[in-house]
Design a protein around this ligand. Structure first.
Ligand code: ZN
Length: 44
């Protein structure tokens, strides 16, 4: 899923699967649709 996060006074949208950050929620949504991260090992 996509998580909204604030950093440097900006709102970012992070793909939970791979950790990529987007400044546009639509971009994040589109990315999530074809994200191929299979092993989110950084998630404990
Ligand atoms: Zn991703």
């Amino acid at each position: 899923m996509v998580t909204e996060t604030e950093r440097d006074d900006m709102t970012w949208y992070r793909c939970d699967a791979c950790g990529l950050l987007f400044d546009d929620p639509d971009d994040a949504d589109r990315h999530e649709g074809h994200c191929d991260a299979e092993d989110p090992s950084y998630l404990q």
